[in-house]
Design a protein around this ligand. Structure first.
Ligand code: NAD
Length: 366
């Protein structure tokens, strides 16, 4: 099958890990007989440097004309002193909004071979398999006004705004996902303080009526943050608003051992999606061949599964990643005594080879 994919590497390690996605997709295409046409465009700091804006209309058009989008990461100290509207992160927020990507899916699954890489105890992280469903286009990051005020700009205001419809579609998505998983939803809010959270609870109650087979509970965000570390196994699907989801998913990354292991999908109602690692552009290690490319590679597997419905192809990538980890290979962030530490490029190469080798094994068995 032929699919067109827009690839936006972005900045810092985003560029290094995006290479991994491209190489792995080529290997998957070769193995399963698909043609992935990949077209590259700028976003973030790279776009500011070349197109004087963090996200150009040309890039938006390319994404709209593609079947899916892969994104590395944006940002870096070079652009940190620019005014708010010109910051690389604005490109990220804008593309989510332009493409109508309201549902951010962040799976957190403990790899057996990485249990010792987590700062948490093995018995806490073993068998963790949860999905954070984060609302992506509303809340504090988008509400207006968001500005500085006062004669000396000594007052700052941000606005947490949600419409009922925005909450309905994300909560419904979470229940749909729970239905095909372990049928449990934890809805996270701050209803003891925030009006938007009280409306969020109403919507959860209304939605739950249509999913009688799904168990649900309401949880304050502070309690959820504690429970994620204390008993993460107890979670199946976690649904929450934009900023809470942003923070909780970084916290949850520690279960897997590194931010470099967490993929994500941002979906529209019709299944179109943008896929990116949860981590940022990591300026502290950019250009040093130290980035872990597996979150990006696993995001590519999510793209194959969620937007194209290529489940076997996605599993082939996940299996290749698992095999490489079982063989003891680790990037810098996951290193431990006795591991075989490799750079970004080598790790990409190992996964690609695994995808290709499995092809050879599959054809011998056929
Ligand atoms: P970060 O995720 O870039 O890095 C946090 C820490 O994790 C760093 O120590 C980094 O070295 C490490 N790390 C992250 N990804 C890694 C990987 N794949 N392999 C190994 N180590 C990894 O977050 P930050 O330092 O807070 O932000 C840096 C820049 O990235 C900022 O400009 C920020 O705005 C931007 N950012 C972008 C995105 C995005 O593009 N989606 C997300 C978060 C932050």
């Amino acid at each position: 099958m032929k699919k067109k994919i827009a690839v936006l590497p972005g900045d810092g390690i985003g560029r290094e890990v995006a290479k991994g996605a491209v190489e792995v997709l080529k290997a998957v295409g070769g193995r399963f007989g698909h043609e992935f046409e990949m077209e590259f465009a700028n976003i973030g700091g790279a776009a500011i440097d070349q197109e004087q804006t963090p996200l150009s209309e040309k890039t938006i058009d390319l994404c709209k004309q593609s079947d899916a989008v892969l994104l590395g990461a944006v940002g870096g100290p070079k652009w940190d002193s620019l005014p708010g509207h010109l910051r690389p992160e604005k490109g990220l927020l804008k593309i989510r909004k332009e493409l109508g990507l309201f549902a951010n899916l962040r799976p957190v699954k403990a790899f057996q071979s990485l249990l010792s890489s987590s700062p948490l105890k093995k018995e806490i992280v073993e068998d963790v398999d949860l999905m954070i469903v984060r609302e992506l286009t509303g809340g504090l990051y988008f509400g207006k006004p968001s500005e500085r005020r006062g004669e000396n700009q000594e007052v700052a205001v941000d606005t947490l705004l949600y419409t009922k419809d925005e909450i309905k579609r994300i909560v419904d998505k979470a229940f749909q996902i729970a239905k095909v998983r372990r049928k449990k939803v934890a809805s996270v809010d701050k209803a003891n303080v925030l009006e938007s959270s009280r409306m969020w609870r109403e919507v959860v109650e209304e939605t739950a009526v249509r999913y009688s087979e799904v168990e649900y509970e309401h949880m304050y965000v502070d309690a959820a943050a504690m429970k994620l570390i204390h008993n993460p196994k107890d979670f199946d699907v976690v649904v929450t608003e934009n900023m809470f989801g942003d923070i909780l998913s970084d916290e949850a990354s520690m279960i897997t051992g590194s931010l470099g292991m967490l993929p994500s999908a941002s979906l529209r109602e019709d299944g179109f999606g943008l896929y990116e690692p949860v981590h940022g552009s990591a300026p502290d290690i950019a250009g040093q061949d130290k980035a872990n490319p597996l979150a990006m590679i696993l995001s590519t597997a999510m793209m194959l599964k969620y937007t194209f419905g290529f489940n076997h192809e996605a599993e082939a990538i996940e299996q290749a990643v698992d095999d490489v980890l079982k063989d003891g290979y680790r990037t810098f962030d996951l290193r431990h005594t006795g591991s075989r530490v490799v750079g970004t490029e080598k790790m990409i190469d190992l996964v690609v080879k695994r995808v290709q080798e499995d092809r050879a094994i599959a054809s011998t068995m056929a």
